[in-house]
Write a protein that binds this ligand. Structure first.
Ligand code: SF4
Length: 373
């Protein structure tokens, strides 16, 4: 496929892997922030091409995985109300709350619909004026502009029966929380290219300086990731600490400024709890005062209750790069994609789902054998 195959070329990948091996003299632990990168790494065996001294750990960048269980419970509560059409991206429908998920609500007669865009939900609101249409807005900075646009349009078109359950999260505070943790082992980051396409990467520069970690903005195809690793390792080996951009075909330092302006218009920065990790200060987005009428939590009078996570699920450790999915005792036995105990086994970007799909049936292979491109 044009524009994809070039980034999956096996010979070029081998050359990059050889270059990384020649460069590496010390052990380094790198974290890829985004779940899309995790899936590419596990699917194509990128980690197995690397020298043994390089360890990749998987980060918290799976929006479904980090949406707090309290928000799943709120979504279930709203979706169970008569007269509500509850809209969500597909992955969120199967994320377990304490007892059930949104698909269970649908099976019991709730009007729960999978949509591909918040604007589809807005259209449903316009087509169904007697119903309350609610969109479950989760995700990182990547999905924030489209969600902001839906609320902005609802406001300016006077659509009164549309609202959003907002559980947005932001990448830089999560990276800081990982770096500040006593159990941190991350020495360099591959930052998420699509987040930086929207936000640019100026906000990563103080983090690199403060924690003395190289950060390389990286894309999602195998060659992108290998080049990102090469750039990160090169900085570490040379004792440099910079924010570099591997994903130049999409990312500018200043990002997409009209999109940022729209985000600032509709959303404000709030504290946010991350599933499995806990509350991180200033790490989420909520609606600004002029758009508060579209806040589903206010419209439905929902109160935040603390909900206990499954004691078996170690997703918090997986999402912070402390453990790998197959180190979870429930992996592949009590927790599978069909019967998930935690969100990382549900989402198409979840690390546990990636390991289950691509790694559960074979032992790890050595770096000399691992090309599955
Ligand atoms: S394998 Fe399942 S139980 Fe274990 S960390 Fe992943 S989602 Fe949680």
């Amino acid at each position: 496929m044009k524009y994809i195959d070039e980034y999956r070329d096996a010979e070029a990948a081998k050359k990059y892997a050889d270059a990384i091996a020649r460069l590496t003299t010390k052990p380094w632990t790198l974290m890829e922030v985004c779940g899309g990168q995790t899936h590419a790494i596990v699917k194509f065996g990128v980690d197995e091409l690397l020298p043994e001294k390089i360890t990749l750990v998987h980060g918290p960048g799976c929006p479904v995985c980090v949406t707090p269980i309290e928000f799943i419970e709120k979504a279930i509560e709203i979706a169970s109300c008569p007269g509500v059409i509850f809209c969500s991206f597909g992955d969120m429908l199967r994320v377990p709350g304490t007892g059930k998920d949104l698909l269970t609500v649908k099976a019991s007669g709730g009007d729960v619909r999978m949509v591909y865009s918040p604007l589809d939900a807005l259209k449903l609101a316009q087509q169904n004026p007697m119903k309350q249409v609610v969109f479950f807005a989760v995700g990182f900075e990547t999905t924030a502009p489209a969600n902001a646009m839906a609320v902005y349009q609802a406001h300016h078109q006077g659509v009164k029966n549309f609202s959003m359950l907002v559980s947005h999260v932001l990448v830089p505070p999560a990276m800081e929380a990982i770096l500040a943790s006593p159990s941190n082992r991350v020495q360099g980051f591959l930052a998420a290219g699509h987040v930086c396409t929207v936000m640019g990467y100026t906000e990563y520069e103080p983090i690199a300086t403060k924690y003395h970690v190289p950060i390389v903005v990286t894309g999602f195809e195998p060659l992108d990731i290998l080049q990102g690793i090469y750039m990160c390792v090169k900085q570490l080996e040379e004792g440099r600490v910079e924010v570099e951009n591997q994903y130049t075909r999409s990312v500018r330092r200043e990002g997409n400024q009209p999109a940022q302006q729209l985000i600032r218009e509709v959303f404000r920065i709030v504290p946010r709890k991350w599933r499995g990790i806990g509350e991180i200060a200033q790490s989420g987005l909520g609606l600004t005062l002029p758009y508060a009428e579209f806040d589903a939590e206010l419209r439905f009078g929902l109160k935040t209750q603390t909900v206990e996570e499954s004691s078996e699920c170690i997703a918090g450790l997986v999402l912070q790069g402390v453990k790998k999915p197959h180190e979870c005792p429930a992996f592949g036995t009590r927790c599978t994609p069909e019967r998930p105990l935690g969100a990382p086994m549900v989402s198409s970007e979840g690390a546990c789902a990636a390991y289950y799909r691509y790694r559960r049936l074979r032992p790890p292979v050595s770096s000399s054998k691992g090309l599955s491109l």
